[in-house]
Design a protein around this ligand. Structure first.
Ligand SMILES: Cc1ncc(COP(=O)(O)O)c(C=O)c1O
Length: 397
């Protein structure tokens, strides 16, 4: 077949490719310590599962409105209005089959071919892929290692802006670094967005995956509610990655376009799944809290062990379930100079499977330090201990 040219610009989420490699290695009888994929090995809370079961038995198995079930849109508008100190109604909400589809739909709604889009790099790889696939120019901005965590590199971000820059993709509570903005970053970012007349995709997939403190959104800053579309995801907070449900939340004119894209793509998000999501928003939070508490324990075990390894330096982020340690010294000690050799040798010799910087957007010129990403959402504490113990022996001998 003659495949269309635009497909050449389509990237992938290469963490899934690492999963396939790890699965093949496991099928040969090897034990894998799965730190590579941001999936959760804990069950969706039972009240949510029961709500879906009830909805299916009650016949919520046909099509439903393209923008989503009105009650879910209302609940989400109320929930986000409360947490973000804004005033959304259900008209500001379009339910989606996952958070991910919001990325492409946001770009289709607001980006013309040739427009420039700022995006985080290292960052979720789908941004770069979708910007380029839809004919935009992807302008990377990065994160620098601060004293306690990674910090948004505002200077680079600002320097990248040209008269053709139209959009900003912003992922606070960031995958892969676990970075989060400080108040002064938000203020500077909001000022910059207004000055350059930008529209923003606020990817808040990890807004509620927090162990300490309180999440703040760019949307809450003056002038931002009319310029931002929130990518909301049920996947991580409610351990619902496989259910495929999320939402776009933003100004009504753009939400209407996004819903029109729903009509053309999937018609509607799975009907009964939306009842499960309603239970998530309005039902008992006991099991969600248990999941968060387990994730926090895993984080602490993993961070302590990583920092005990020679040549490894790791922050302890209060958000997300990712760690992004600097392994420059460890690679030097092993005499390995490139990411793929390191990753593959580590997996073959220890079973520890990770992603590297290469899985989070095209590496930029002049990057001198090496980082890997570990997700601790899909691996129990005992295996974290065992796996990172093997990692330590791999590096230190
Ligand atoms: C930063 C970020 N955005 C969006 C998504 C998409 O999540 P989902 O489509 O499951 O809601 C992910 C998933 O890992 C992510 O890490």
């Amino acid at each position: 077949m003659r495949i269309a040219g635009r497909v050449k610009r389509l990237g992938g989420e290469t963490a899934f490719a690492v999963s396939a490699e790890a699965a093949a290695f496991a099928a040969e009888g090897n034990k894998i310590y799965p730190f590579h994929l941001g999936d959760i090995n804990m069950a969706t809370p039972s009240n949510i599962v029961n709500a879906a079961d009830r909805a299916m038995r009650e016949g919520k198995t046909g099509y439903c409105p393209n923008a989503g079930v009105p009650r879910l849109r209302e609940l989400l508008a109320d929930d986000i209005s409360r947490s973000h100190n804004v005033d959304y109604t259900m008209e500001n909400v379009s339910i989606q089959p996952g958070g991910k589809p919001v990325i492409g739909k946001f770009l289709l709604a607001l980006m013309n071919p040739g427009d420039e889009v700022l995006y985080p790099n290292p960052g979720y790889p789908v941004y770069e892929s979708q910007i380029e696939f839809h004919g935009g120019r992807a302008l990377p901005y990065g994160f620098v290692e601060g004293t306690e965590n990674f910090e948004l590199d505002m200077d680079t971000l600002e320097k990248q802006i040209t008269p053709r820059t139209r959009l900003l993709i912003f992922n606070d509570f960031q995958n892969p670094t676990g970075a989060e903005c400080r108040i002064e970053d938000f203020e500077r970012l909001a000022e910059l967005v207004i000055r350059h007349d930008l529209y923003v995709l606020c990817d808040e997939s990890y807004f509620d995956v927090r162990y300490k403190g309180k999440s703040i959104s760019l949307v809450s800053f003056p002038g931002m509610v009319d310029r931002c579309v929130i990518l909301y995801s049920f996947s991580k907070k409610f351990a619902m990655t496989g259910w495929r449900i999320g939402a776009a939340i933003g100004p009504i004119d753009v939400i209407e376009v996004i819903t029109k894209l729903n009509v053309n793509d999937e018609s509607c998000t799975s009907h009964f799944t939306q009842y499960a999501a309603m239970e998530g928003l309005s039902g008992d939070m006991g099991e969600v809290k248990t999941i968060l508490s387990a994730l926090k324990d895993r984080r602490d075990v993993a961070v302590d062990l990583l920092n005990s390894i020679e040549g490894v330096r790791c922050f302890r982020p209060n958000v997300t379930f990712y760690l992004y340690p600097n392994i420059t010294g460890a690679m030097k000690k092993k005499g390995i100079g490139d990411y793929e050799t390191f990753r593959k040798t580590l997996m073959r010799e220890t079973g520890v499977s990770v992603c590297t910087r290469l899985h989070f957007g095209r590496a930029q010129e002049g990057e001198g330090e090496f980082h890997i990403r570990l997700a601790y959402s899909g691996i129990d504490v005992d295996d974290i201990r065992e796996g990172l113990g093997r990692f330590k022996t791999f590096i230190e001998g």
